[in-house]
Ligand binder design. Structure first.
Ligand code: ADP
Ligand code: MG
Length: 197
C-alpha cells in the first residue's frame, strides 16, 4: 500500500495582533505560495476555557516557557529576579501562560489547518523563531513583528508574535482536534500540487 507523502497536517493561528493589523491575507498567501493546502479556515473569538485548553496547564510546557525566557534574559544580560521577581522557570512560565490567555482572548483569532509534505516543519520554518527579535527576515514573525521577551515582560504581556504554529506532529494532532471538528476540514487537492508533487 502506498503512503501519501502530502497528507501531514498542522495548525496555524493568526493571533489577535495579526488579525487586528490586517495581516491575514498576506500570511495565508505565504502558506499557499509555499505549496500548502488550506484545508480548514475560520475566525474565532476565543473564550477563557478554550484558551486554557490551548495553552495547557502542563508543568513541562510551562517550565519550558520559563527556561526560554531565562535564556533570553541571559542573552540580553538582564536580571530576571530584579525584573520578574524570580528566576524559577515554573513561576515565570506560569506568569507567561496567564499573559498568553489574556493575549489570545483579546480579539479575534484566525485558525487554519494546512496540509502538505512536512507541513509541521514547513509552517514552523515559515513562522520563524518564537522571539520576533530573533526571527529571520523572510519569516512571518521576522517580517511582521519586532518585540523581545524583555520588552513584553516589562509591560506584563505575552510576546506578540502574530502567529502560533504546532511544534511537532503530536502537538498538531492534538491542536487540530481541539480547534476543528472533522466536518470543518475540507479535503481537496490544490491544482498546484500536480506540478509540486
Ligand atoms: P512557539 O509559539 O514558538 O511554539 P512557545 O510554545 O515556547 O513558542 O511559546 C508560546 C508563546 O508564548 C509564544 O509564541 C509567545 O507568544 C509566548 N511567549 C514565549 N515566551 C515568552 C516570554 N518570555 N514572555 C512573554 N511571552 C512569551
Ligand atoms: Mg509552542
Amino acid at each position: 500500500m502506498s503512503v501519501a507523502i502530502n497528507d501531514e497536517r498542522t495548525l496555524l493561528l493568526i493571533k489577535p495582533d495579526g488579525v487586528l493589523r490586517g495581516l491575514c491575507g498576506r500570511i495565508i498567501a505565504r502558506l499557499e505560495d509555499a505549496g500548502l493546502a488550506v484545508v480548514g479556515l475560520k475566525m474565532v473569538q476565543v473564550g477563557k476555557e478554550q484558551a486554557q485548553r490551548h495553552y495547557m496547564d502542563d508543568p513541562q510546557w510551562v517550565a519550558n516557557l520559563g527556561h526560554k525566557t531565562l535564556r533570553t534574559y541571559a542573552k540580553h544580560g538582564r536580571d530576571p529576579v530584579a525584573e520578574l521577581g524570580t528566576d524559577d522557570p515554573a513561576t515565570i512560565g506560569g506568569y507567561i501562560r496567564g499573559w498568553l490567555i489574556d493575549y489570545i482572548t483579546s480579539g479575534p483569532t484566525v485558525a487554519c489547518v494546512l496540509q502538505g509534505a512536512h507541513a509541521v516543519e514547513l509552517v514552523r520554518k515559515l513562522s520563524g523563531d518564537t522571539m520576533p527579535i530573533d526571527a529571520a527576515p523572510g519569516t512571518i514573525r521576522g517580517d511582521f513583528s519586532s518585540v523581545s521577551a524583555i520588552a513584553a515582560n516589562t509591560l506584563h504581556t505575552a510576546v506578540k508574535n502574530v502567529v502560533h504554529s504546532s511544534s511537532d506532529v503530536d502537538e498538531a494532532r492534538r491542536e487540530i482536534a481541539e480547534w476543528f471538528s472533522p466536518a470543518e476540514i475540507c479535503v481537496h487537492r490544490p491544482v498546484s500540487w500536480s506540478a509540486i508533487y
